[in-house]
Ligand binder design. Structure first.
Ligand code: PLP
Length: 430
């Protein structure tokens, strides 16, 4: 008999009804976003690129926001997502700890990014916007927004970081198939893109630069808004369906978690997992929150806490966050979604106050554990998610050595079926 907690599913009626806003519950209040001259950003200054509803979600101290019916219906196509026990992985590792993973790879885009893409498309559509401009690093965000564009009738233009476009041409095919326009960033269509190309014609691009291009596009057209797949408070708000469902599923299985782990690029899947647990941790629950980031782009472990721009051109407000500097050029690692110089202000605040522990992982471990997971759980993890998976394996092994097995939950933020080139280069080493 398989154990009862192998696959913990929830009925559709258990999809969260509201998003949880962690802002009023942060251990330290979030510092304001600043303009380049050092004043606090006013909501109306964001109105050139975001609808009022999302600006309210970004800045409001309200704890709960109802999920509008059209968004709930769109989410219900794939939510609640399963929480699965990785019993095969536990056995292969030889550990007594229980390892669970929240499987966000079952969304239409193959990653958690659909959770916010659908919400953002809805709120923009409600505000009378016709077109969205965005950037994509690895391609998952562009894919998620392209699908959301289909769901809510919006035109989508995606500035895709050049190195990712070259590594993952099939992502562009998917976006095009969904009716979106995809440009290699830096492009010739924006001042930021032309400047970057003039400075270095062979530039591989970066997420920060692609953001500059998309923001410039949106700010220059009244029918167009900008849409960001990570970092900002409203994005983390939409992702709290992840943590809320995990809570219900763990209580259904009758277990309490000791470690909650997710990878960290801009902070949205991590923040969405962690935020709903913040109140109980403040009340004394002993749950460790671990943010796994790549060694090659170590924003949380090696960056400094400062107000910095979210993009290279300096068009975005200055956000209070851990940053490697807006001009940091991360190497062309396969986990494209984790190549970002900054971090979410919410996650940065949680790291600064000591509630979240960042951990840098990398090297051969990553792909070894990804292959082990594929062979024991039969899911190929996204290279980004492999960081969370590796952190979970390392924690389980550490607990085994210490003789103190526990319960570990990690977020499988996406599958890697469109990232096979990443695995190809390591295949001989498994
Ligand atoms: C984009 C992405 C990430 C990183 O983004 P976060 O905002 O940090 O969650 C991680 N995993 C997958 C599969 C992604 O697509």
């Amino acid at each position: 008999m398989p154990s009862e907690d192998t696959l913990i599913t929830l009925p559709k009626t258990e999809i969260p009804r509201s998003w949880y806003n962690v802002l009023p519950d942060l251990p330290e209040p979030l510092e304001p976003y600043l303009t380049p001259s050092g004043e606090a950003v006013k909501p109306e200054q964001l109105a050139a690129i975001f609808p009022a509803s999302l600006i309210e979600q970004e800045l409001s101290p309200r704890r709960l926001f109802d999920i509008p019916v059209p968004v709930a219906e769109a989410l219900a196509r794939y939510r609640p997502t399963p929480l699965q026990r990785a019993a095969g992985l536990e056995k292969a590792l030889g550990v007594r700890s229980r390892i669970y993973f929240k499987n966000e790879s079952v969304s239409p885009s193959g990653s958690h990014k659909s959770n916010t893409a659908l919400a953002q498309a809805h709120f923009n559509r409600e505000a009378g916007i016709r077109r969205l401009a965005t950037e994509t690093g690895a391609g998952q965000w562009g894919t998620a927004l392209s699908i959301a564009g289909c769901a809510f009738g919006l035109e989508i233009r995606v500035y895709m970081v050049r190195v990712s476009l070259e590594q993952k041409p099939y992502r562009k095919t998917v976006m095009n198939l969904m009716g979106a326009e995809v440009l290699s960033s830096p492009s010739d269509l924006t001042a930021a893109g032309r400047r970057a190309k003039a400075e270095n014609p062979r530039t591989l691009g970066s997420l920060g630069l692609a953001i500059s291009e998309a923001v410039e596009d949106a700010a220059s057209r009244s029918d167009t808004n900008y849409s960001l797949g990570s970092v900002l408070n409203h994005v983390i708000l939409h992702q709290t369906v992840i943590g809320q469902e995990i809570k219900k599923q763990l209580s259904l299985a009758g277990v309490s978690p000791d470690y909650l782990i997710a990878c960290h690029g801009g902070g949205s899947n991590f923040g969405g997992m962690a935020a709903p647990f913040v109140p109980e941790i403040k009340d004394g629950a002993r749950i460790a929150l671990i943010a796994a980031e790549p060694e090659s782009c170590p924003t949380l472990t090696r960056g400094r806490f400062a107000h910095d721009h979210g993009d290279v051109a300096g068009l975005t407000p200055l956000l209070p966050m851990y940053t490697l500097g807006k001009d940091f050029q991360p190497p062309a690692i396969h986990a494209g979604g984790l190549r970002y110089h900054g971090a979410s202000p919410i996650v940065s605040s949680l790291v600064k106050s000591g509630m979240v522990k960042p951990l840098a992982v990398g090297g051969a471990d990553l792909f070894r554990y990804a292959a082990l997971f594929a062979r024991t759980e039969f899911i190929i993890p996204a290279p980004e998610s492999a960081h969370a998976l590796a952190a979970a394996c390392l924690k389980a092994l550490e607990l085994e050595q210490a003789g103190t097995p526990g319960t570990i939950v990690f977020v499988l933020s996406g599958h890697g079926l469109l990232d096979l080139s990443a695995f190809e280069s390591f295949i001989d080493t498994y």
